[in-house]
Design a protein. Structure first.
Length: 292
C-alpha cells in the first residue's frame, strides 16, 4: 500500500469510528465533547511521563484515556445534578483539566519536547513511518489501533441500537421503560473519549474534532432517519479524507487542514441546498408558494 493511500485509509478509519458515534452526540447536543476530550487528555500525558518517564504510544494512550474518561464522567456528573446544562458542564470540566496539563508541561516537562504541539496536534503525514509487525506483515500502528476502535464502536452501536435510539430521542421514555439512559449516556461518552484518544495521536486533535462533529451535522441536515444519518456521516468523512489529501498534495499544505476544510465545505453545501432544511431550498419554496 502506498503512503498516500495509507494516509487516506487511516483518515477514513477515523471518519468511520467518529461517524458511528457523532450523530448521537449531535442529537444529544453534546457536540462540544470531542473538543473537551482532546484538551482534557493533556494531564494524562504529563502523568505518564512523570510516573514512567516514557512517551511510548501505548503508555500515552492509557494515560490520556484515563483522563478522557475522567473528563466525560465529570461532565455527566455535573449534568446529573440538574443545576448545570450540558454545554456549561463541558465548559467547566475541560478547561480545568487542560489548565492542569499546561501547568504540568511548563513545570515538569519543559525541555523534553513534551510540548503542546507534539502532544495535542499530531501529524497524519507521519502515519506511514509508525509501523508494527503482525503476522509477518509490516502494518501501520495507527491503522491497527483505529481498526480495533471501529470494530468496538460498531459492536457497541449494533448491540445497543434500540436502547441508544430510544434514549437519544426520548430520554424520559427510556427512563420509564428502564433502559438506563444515564448508563447508556456514559457508555457513549466513554466510547467517544476512547475514540478521540486513539485517533488524536495519529491524525491530530483538530481533525478528530472535525470528523466527530462536522460530518454528523452535515448528515443531520440531509435526513431524518438515524441509520441513514450514520451512513451519511461516515460517507462525508471518507469524502473529506480522500478529497482533502488530493487537494493538499499538489499544494504542499496541511493534509489534516485540507481534510477538515472539505468536510466543512460539505456542511456548507448541505446548509444551503439540503432538500428539506437548506436555506436556498426553503427560500425557493417560499417564492414558489408566493408565485402560486
Amino acid at each position: 500500500m502506498s503512503d498516500g493511500l495509507l494516509i487516506v485509509v487511516v483518515a477514513g478509519l477515523v471518519a468511520t469510528a467518529c461517524g458511528l458515534l457523532g450523530p448521537f452526540l449531535v442529537l444529544r447536543r453534546m457536540a462540544l465533547l470531542s473538543d473537551a476530550v482532546s484538551h482534557a487528555v493533556l494531564p494524562g500525558i504529563v502523568a505518564v511521563w512523570l510516573v514512567a518517564h516514557t512517551r511510548a504510544p501505548l503508555a500515552v494512550i492509557v494515560g490520556a484515556a484515563a483522563f478522557a474518561v475522567l473528563c466525560v464522567l465529570g461532565i455527566d456528573a455535573l449534568r446529573a445534578t440538574g443545576l448545570v446544562a450540558s454545554d456549561a458542564a463541558i465548559a467547566l470540566v475541560f478547561p480545568a483539566l487542560f489548565s492542569l496539563g499546561v501547568l504540568g508541561v511548563t513545570r515538569y516537562a519543559d525541555g523534553i519536547h513534551l510540548d503542546l504541539d507534539s502532544t495535542i496536534y499530531g501529524e497524519i503525514a507521519f502515519v506511514p513511518f509508525d509501523t508494527v509487525r503482525l503476522g509477518g506483515y509490516e502494518l501501520s500502528r495507527s491503522g491497527v489501533v483505529l481498526a480495533v476502535v471501529v470494530l468496538l464502536n460498531l459492536l457497541l452501536v449494533t448491540a445497543l441500537w434500540k436502547e441508544l435510539k430510544a434514549t437519544t430521542f426520548d430520554p424520559q421514555f427510556g427512563a420509564t421503560v428502564r433502559l438506563h439512559p444515564r448508563l447508556l449516556s456514559r457508555l457513549l461518552l466513554v466510547a467517544s473519549a476512547v475514540t478521540a484518544v486513539a485517533a488524536f495521536d495519529a491524525v491530530g486533535a483538530i481533525l478528530v474534532v472535525t470528523l466527530l462533529i462536522v460530518p454528523a451535522a452535515t448528515a443531520f441536515l440531509l435526513t431524518e432517519r438515524l441509520v441513514v444519518m450514520i451512513g451519511l456521516a461516515i460517507g462525508v468523512g471518507w469524502v473529506g479524507a480522500a478529497a482533502g489529501y488530493a487537494i493538499a498534495l499538489p499544494m504542499d499544505s496541511s493534509i489534516a487542514g485540507a481534510m477538515g476544510l472539505v468536510c466543512t465545505g460539505c456542511f456548507v453545501l448541505a446548509l444551503l441546498a439540503s432538500p428539506r432544511f437548506g436555506i436556498l431550498t426553503r427560500r425557493w419554496r417560499r417564492r414558489a408558494r408566493q408565485a402560486r
